[in-house]
Design a binder for this molecule. Structure first.
Ligand code: PXP
Length: 263
């Protein structure tokens, strides 16, 4: 059966731990549970402020995970040094702002082109696969290809936000669409447009021999439209899975999401 791979972003387990600054929950306990529930990848974000995942967590997760580890990170020198030293399966370069609650937009690839190209070279030399987290925009896609990335991950925050405005009032992010005066019809047409754009760009990326992932703001309600986009091969999902796991347990939350990822 054709399916989309699932990267489970386990940062929020560390968020809970940091709320009390004790080693509970133990983050690496999530690894065998995600694996046995059918996850295809473990995703973590080593932020510059180390607000959830710490260096020690990242080291242990890379060492002990049977699943490939996708380490999200900013373009900062010390983090890239860390990645080259500890060599996760993949590094996903993301933009990072100190004040943000989560990654609120894609990389400015054209603007940061030379630096990114150099970083990608270094990561490839360390035999780490590279992904760039970008907004679904043709210029960013072409610049990503030129910079030499293996993967692009499309930021689905705008899609998730439009969806939430149409169908629910939960999980609304502050990303991109804030105009609450839009009519239902206008929102429906924006949603269609956004999905069409993601589909076209995913096909374009595939045509340029890049692999395509997507993520941000995806949940049990809104994920199915994204799953229909054939060229998207992987989704990285955190918040909604960890939120559900509070009530259902992590195993069941991953199984439930995996079920939605069959096409
Ligand atoms: N992909 C990337 C690159 C991200 O930065 C994030 C957020 O950490 C996610 C996926 C997962 O987003 P969410 O927690 O909204 O599912």
């Amino acid at each position: 059966m054709n399916r989309v791979d699932l990267g489970v972003n386990i940062d929020h387990i560390a968020v809970l731990r940091e709320a009390r600054r004790v080693n509970d929950p133990v983050i690496i306990d999530a690894l065998p549970i995600c694996k046995s529930a059918g996850a295809n990848q473990i995703t973590i974000h080593l932020r510059e402020d180390r607000r959830h995942i710490h260096d020690e967590d990242a080291k242990l997760i890379i060492e002990q995970s049977i699943l490939p580890v996708n380490l999200e990170c900013a373009m900062s020198e010390d983090i890239i040094d860390f990645v080259c030293k500890h060599r996760p399966h993949r590094a996903t370069i993301v933009p990072e702002k100190r004040q943000e609650v989560t990654t609120e937009g894609g990389l400015a690839v054209s603007k940061e082109f030379d630096r990114l190209k150099e970083i990608i070279k270094r990561l490839h030399y360390a035999e780490v696969e590279v992904s760039l987290f970008i907004d679904p925009h043709p210029d960013e896609l072409l610049a990503s290809k030129e910079a030499g990335t293996d993967w692009v991950e499309f930021h689905t925050g705008r899609y998730a936000n439009i969806y939430a405005m149409l169908y629910s009032n939960i999980s609304r992010t502050r990303y991109a669409i804030d105009d609450l005066r839009l009519t239902r019809k206008e929102l429906e047409s924006l949603l269609k447009e956004e999905l069409g754009n993601l589909d076209n760009l995913a096909q374009h990326a595939q045509g340029l021999h890049m692999q395509v992932a997507a993520g941000h703001g995806l949940n049990y309600q809104n994920v199915s439209n994204i799953v229909q986009i054939e060229a998207i091969k992987e989704l990285n999902i955190g918040q909604s899975i960890i939120a559900r796991s509070v009530y259902s347990g992590l195993y069941q939350a991953v199984v439930d999401m995996k079920e939605l990822l069959q096409r």
